[in-house]
Write a protein that binds this ligand. Sequence first.
Ligand code: SF4
Length: 334
Amino acid sequence: MIPFSSSTTNRKGWQQQLVEGLRSAVELLDYLGLTTFLDSHMEEAAARFPLRVTRYYANLMERGDFDDPLLRQVLPSPRELETADGFTRDPTGDLTARAGPGMLRKYTGRALVIASGGCAINCRYCFRRHFPYQASRVGPGAWKPLLCELTGDDTVSEIILSGGDPLMLSNSRLETLVGELGRIGHLKRLRIHSRLPVVLPDRVDHGLVEILDETRLKCTLVLHVNHPRELTPELGRALEPLAAAGIILLNQSVLLRKVNDAPGIQVDLCEKLFDYNILPYYLHQLDKVEGAAHFLVADARAREIHGIMRQRLPGYLLPRLVREEPGADSKQPL
Ligand code: SF4
C-alpha cells in the first residue's frame, strides 16, 4: 500500500491548473505587480518561444521584484532577440541523434523517447526551445513503430522518457506507454525527466504513483530544480509516495546567470534537495541555444562555484558539473 497524503482534495485537478496557467508577459507582470517593466520586445521574444507558466510557480515568485530568480527563468527577455557567437538552434545535436519516430539515440544502452512536445512552463534557456516537436514526437496511440524498434534492439536496457515534459501525458496514456515498455523483455530501467512536479506538484497524483510502482522496470525520476525556493512543502508532500514506492529521485539543474550562479545558492539547493529525498545528480553548464546567451556563466566561474561546493558539501551531495557536447558518447565533465 502506497502512503498518499495528498493535500489537494480541495484544489483543481492538475490538467485544469495547466489550462489556467499564465500565457503572456502582460498577464504575468500584472500578476506580480510589475507592469511598469513591460517591454514590447518581450512579446517579440514570446512570439519565438511562447511564455507559459503555472500559477503555482508564479506564486513562488516575489511580488514586486523584477529580478526574482524564478521570474527570470520564464519571462521572455528582449535579450533573446540578440545573436551571439556559438549559440545555435540545436546546441546538443538532437536533430542528428534522431533514430526514427519519437526517438533519440546518443549513448550506448539508452534510448530517449520524446513522449510529449509540451511543458507546464517554458524555461527561457531550454536547449530544446527550437526543437521541431511536431515532426519528431509520436502522437499517443502511434507508438507501435517505436516499440517495434525497441523490441528489435536488445542493446537498449534503459528508456528515458523526455520531451517536452513526459508527465504532460495523461495517466492513461502514460500507463499504456509504460505498460508496453515493460513488456519488452530486455529493458531493465525507466527514467523519466520531468520538471512538472516542481512547477505543479499536484501532477504527482495517486494514478501516477501507481503506474511507476507497478511496472517491473526499475524507475528513476529525474527532476529539474534550479533554485532552493522551488523546493516547497507541497513538492515534498507530492514526492513522499514516490520515495515510499522505491522510485529513485535525482535532480539536474542548469547553472544560470543571475538565477543560481552563487555558491551559497547551490549549496543550499543541494542540502535542501536531500531533505526532500532527492539526490543532486548533474549541474549543467548552459547549452548554447540561440536566444539564451544572457544566461551563460563563464566556465571559469562555473568551476569556481563547483570548487566551493566541493569544499562545503559531502561527496554524495555534490552534483557533477557537466556539459553536453554534440556527438560525444557521454556528458562531458568540465
Ligand atoms: S521544462 Fe524542461 S523541456 Fe520544458 S521548457 Fe523547461 S527545460 Fe525545456
